[in-house]
Design a binder for this molecule. Structure first.
Ligand code: FAD
Length: 315
C-alpha cells in the first residue's frame, strides 16, 4: 500500500514535518531522515498520532535525547515522535521541606526531562540517590526503557512506577517498577509503548554531600570518557561487573580501529566515535567488526546496548 505522506502530515497536525533530518536529534549526529517527524507538546496529540499510524500501518518510534541510538543513513520510514512540553516537567521545585535525613521523598519527572538536569536539581535540594545520572545524557523516558545506570546504581533503584502510553490502542496506564521488567540495561518496555514519565523514590540526605558526589562523577566522566559524537558504551558488558566489553575490545587490540568515518575510541574502547559529517554505516561496520573479532578471539558474543534503527542485520 503506498502512503500519501502529505496526508499523514496534515492528519497529525501542523507541527508535523516531512523528511526531517534525524542526525540533529541524536548524539551520534549521523543517519538519514525521518519520513515524518513530530514534537508532541500536548499529551492528547499522542492519541492522534496513534490513530494516524495505525490507519496507515506506519511504524512509530519515540526518540528521547537520542543518546543511545544509531539511525541508518537510509533513515526511518515511519513517524518519529519527540515528547515536548507536557513531558518536560518535574515537581522538584515544590520540594521545600528537608524532612528527616533518611526519609523517602517521591519525585515526579516527565519522560523528556534530561537525566543530568534531574540529577543536579535533586542534589541541589539535598535529595540523594540520583547523583549517578549526572553523566548520562539521556531522558527519563529513554533511561526507564533501558534501565540506564552507572556508578553502582541504575533506574531500577529509584523508579516507583512509570506512566505508559500504548500506540496500539491509545491507552495510558501507571505500571509499578516491579512490572516494568527492568534488568541490566534493558526492560520489558517494547516499541509499542511510550514512557510518559516516572515517579522516583529518593532519600533526604546532606545537600553538600550530594553536590560533592555530582562534582566527583562529572570529573570522573571527563577523565575517563571521550567527548564528541558517540552514544556512550556500545556493547553491554557480557557479565556485569566481571566481563567488561571495553576490556575485551582492548585485549583484542581494537582501540583506535577505524573504518571510514568511525573509529573505536582511543580513550575508552567500548565507545565508537563518528567524525563530523560521518556515516552511520561506518559506525555499524566498526561495531560488526569489533563484535566478530571479540567473539572469535574470546568466545564472548557481545550484544549492542545502542538501539539500531533501520539496519537489516543486528549486532
Ligand atoms: C557520553 C555518553 C555517556 C553515556 N553513559 C551512559 C551510562 O553511564 N549509563 C547508561 O546506562 N547509558 C549511558 N549512555 C547511553 C544513554 O545516555 C542512555 O541509554 C539513555 O538512557 C538514553 O536515553 P535517550 O533519551 O537518549 O534515549 P534515545 O537514545 O532517544 O532512545 C533509546 C531507546 O529508548 C527509546 N525511548 C526513548 N524515549 C522513550 C520514551 N519516552 N518511551 C519509550 N521509549 C523511549 C527509543 O525508542 C530507543 O529505543 C551514555 C551515552 C553517551 C552519549
Amino acid at each position: 500500500m503506498s502512503v500519501d505522506f502529505e496526508l499523514v502530515r496534515r492528519a497529525i497536525g501542523e507541527n508535523a514535518s516531512l523528511d526531517h533530518p534525524v542526525a540533529s536529534l541524536t548524539t551520534y549526529r549521523v543517519g538519514g531522515r525521518a519520513r515524518v517527524f513530530v514534537r508532541v507538546d500536548v499529551e492528547s496529540q499522542l492519541e492522534r498520532v496513534a490513530e494516524v499510524a495505525n490507519a496507515h500501518s506506519l511504524e512509530v518510534m519515540v526518540i528521547g535525547r537520542g543518546s543511545n541510538m544509531l539511525v541508518s543513513d537510509r533513515g526511518f520510514p515511519g513517524i518519529v515522535v519527540q515528547l515536548g512540553d507536557f513531558a518536560s516537567r518535574t515537581d522538584i521545585d515544590e520540594f521545600t521541606s528537608h524532612g528527616e535525613i533518611g526519609a523517602t521523598i517521591v519525585v515526579t519527572a516527565g519522560a523528556a526531562v534530561p537525566l543530568p538536569v534531574l540529577a543536579r536539581r535533586t542534589a541541589s535540594v539535598g535529595l540523594t540517590g540520583f547523583e549517578w545520572a549526572v553523566g548520562v545524557p539521556g531522558s527519563i523516558g529513554g533511561a526507564v526503557r533501558m534501565n540506564a545506570g552507572g556508578h553502582g546504581s541504575d533506574m531500577s533503584a529509584s523508579v516507583v512506577d512509570a506512566r505508559l502510553f500504548d500506540w496500539r490502542d491509545g491507552s495510558t496506564r501507571d505500571v509499578d517498577c516491579a512490572d516494568l521488567g527492568l534488568r541490566f540495561r534493558g526492560s520489558s518496555i517494547g516499541d509499542d509503548t511510550v514512557v510518559l514519565g516516572a515517579r522516583l523514590g529518593l532519600t533526604v540526605g546532606d545537600r553538600a554531600a550530594c553536590e560533592a558526589t555530582i562534582e566527583e562523577i562529572v570529573r570522573w566522566r571527563r577523565e575517563n570518557q571521550p567527548g564528541g559524537q558517540n552514544a556512550g558504551s556500545v556493547f553491554v558488558n557480557p557479565v556485569p561487573g566481571e566481563v567488561l566489553a571495553g576490556r575485551l575490545i582492548d585485549e583484542c587490540g581494537l582501540r583506535g580501529f577505524r573504518i571510514g568515518s568511525a573509529m573505536v575510541s582511543t580513550k575508552h574502547a567500548n565507545f565508537i566515535q563518528a567524525d563530523e559529517g560521518g556515516r552511520a554505516e561506518d559506525v555499524f561496520a566498526v561495531m560488526s567488526h569489533v563484535r566478530r573479532v571479540v567473539a572469535d578471539k574470546t568466545g564472548h558474543v557481545m550484544r549492542s546496548e545502542v538501539r539500531l534503527v533501520g539496519f537489516e542485520e543486528t549486532v
